[in-house]
Design a protein around this ligand. Structure first.
Ligand SMILES: Cc1ncc(COP(=O)(O)O)c(C=O)c1O
Length: 403
């Protein structure tokens, strides 16, 4: 659909937003009209190199042909049935995911926050079933981001941020410890703690990778104290960090892992996978959702995950990510370049990330600003070194001008 189909100008479209929308995002000043590969095209046909990829979603590129084909075919056969029925896309996707990441059970959801929500519910129920009514506390990290629902915003370790402010009373049962600091997590765990939940690379918190010692230490701590290790891989999952799931590269298997974003190739789907230890925790009535595991979303996800696996996109993320990170160190004003695979953060010496973001958009490059001094680069995982060179040149011009 294009503006011309509705005989409408961009200004008229913006007017509709101003009139009817609750705006919680500051939008770029153009219409996202069309997407193809690593590019978005606006209402005038202008091209933008997309290094935000729908917030780390379009990992096999915009409108990947096989994903589009799967969506069309499934939409013509069955768009929605509900979870009262067996459907083929759900079953195929469940097997593909569990087998390829070495987990035993799956529960589908519609988004990242919902995937975390069900992981939190599962941990609480496991605690109560096995240890009694008071064993429900979950320790998460400061600076984390787990979503915007009431439980996941309480799990998000950002007290006083806009995420939590004004939504009190927060749901009880969460406490926070310092990321990459095992002693801090040890100190935060009490006899009421049932689980520890972390992102293998903190995304919204500024792109901060966990150390191997930290995640391995958390695994040991959870084993010693009979607690569950929960990984939020909503952003890191499905090739982004150079492995199918980040935990596979760290060599640390969680008891449960959440995922969303890249798994759907643009369709809204999330999931939680668990080890066999948790297989009996949920039975009929324990949780539910009308749409979760929607056949069109599952068919899209099956095609997207095949693209990621067969196209060896994690390997490309590792190779191109290493090339790009090295190159980014040559930007002016850079304090640190960090990340894993194609999940890259650039921290500047001053709070220029929003200016960098909008000035880059003016010059045809899309990125996100995750902290006042940190930009995030999460291009599609099939991006080329030449496209990274192009992004670098734009960034270099923009940051040099600001400096
Ligand atoms: C690590 C992490 N968890 C959870 C979420 C929430 O996902 P969603 O926006 O799909 O609810 C995000 C979104 O950015 C995320 O990065």
């Amino acid at each position: 659909m294009h503006l011309s189909d509705f005989n409408m100008t961009k200004e008229q479209l913006k007017e509709l937003y101003d009139t009817y929308f609750y705006e919680t995002f500051k939008r770029f000043d153009f219409v996202a009209d069309r997407g193809e590969g690593s590019y978005i095209y606006d209402e005038t046909g202008r091209e933008y190199l997309d290094f935000m990829a729908g917030i780390a979603v379009n990992s096999a590129g915009h409108c990947n042909k096989n994903v589009v084909k799967a969506i069309k075919e499934q939409a013509e056969a069955m768009m929605h049935a509900s979870n009262y029925f067996y459907t083929i896309p759900q079953a195929r996707l469940a097997k593909l995911i569990c087998d390829s990441i070495g987990m035993e059970k799956i529960y589908f959801q519609n988004s990242g926050a919902e995937a975390n929500e069900v992981m939190i519910k599962l941990a609480r129920k496991y605690g109560k079933d096995n240890y009694g009514p008071d064993r429900y506390n979950i320790v998460t990290a400061y600076n984390s981001f787990h979503g915007r629902t009431l439980a996941t915003l309480a799990a998000t370790g950002q007290p006083d941020s806009a995420i939590q402010k004004n939504y009190d009373p927060l749901i009880p049962g969460f406490s926070y410890a310092n990321y990459n600091d095992l002693a801090s997590f040890e100190a935060a765990c009490t006899e009421n703690t049932i689980a520890v939940m972390v992102e293998p690379v903190q995304g919204e918190g500024g792109v901060i990778p966990a150390t191997k010692e930290f995640l391995q230490g958390l695994r040991r701590l959870c084993d010693e104290k009979d607690m569950l290790l929960l990984f939020d891989e909503v952003q890191t999952g499905w090739g982004r960090t150079g492995a199918l799931m980040a935990f596979m590269d760290y060599g640390v298997k969680p008891d449960a892992v959440s995922m969303a974003k890249a798994m759907g190739g643009g369709m809204p789907i999330g999931a939680m996978c668990t080890s066999a230890r948790l297989a009996l925790t949920f039975g009929p009535g324990a949780h539910g959702s009308t749409y979760a595991g929607n056949p069109v979303c599952c068919a899209a996800s099956y095609a997207q995950i095949n693209e990621i696996i067969e196209g060896r996109l994690p390997e490309n993320a590792k190779k191109v990510g290493a090339y790009f990170m090295e190159k980014l160190k040559g930007l002016p004003c850079v304090k640190e370049v960090r990340g894993k695979g194609l999940m890259i953060g650039v921290e500047f010496y001053s709070d220029i990330s929003n200016d960098v973001k909008y000035n880059c958009a003016d010059k045809g490059l899309l990125i996100t600003a995750v902290r006042p001094s940190v930009i995030r680069l999460v291009p599609p995982l099939n991006v080329t070194e030449a496209e990274c060179d192009k992004a670098f040149d734009i960034l270099n011009k923009v940051v040099s001008a600001l400096a």
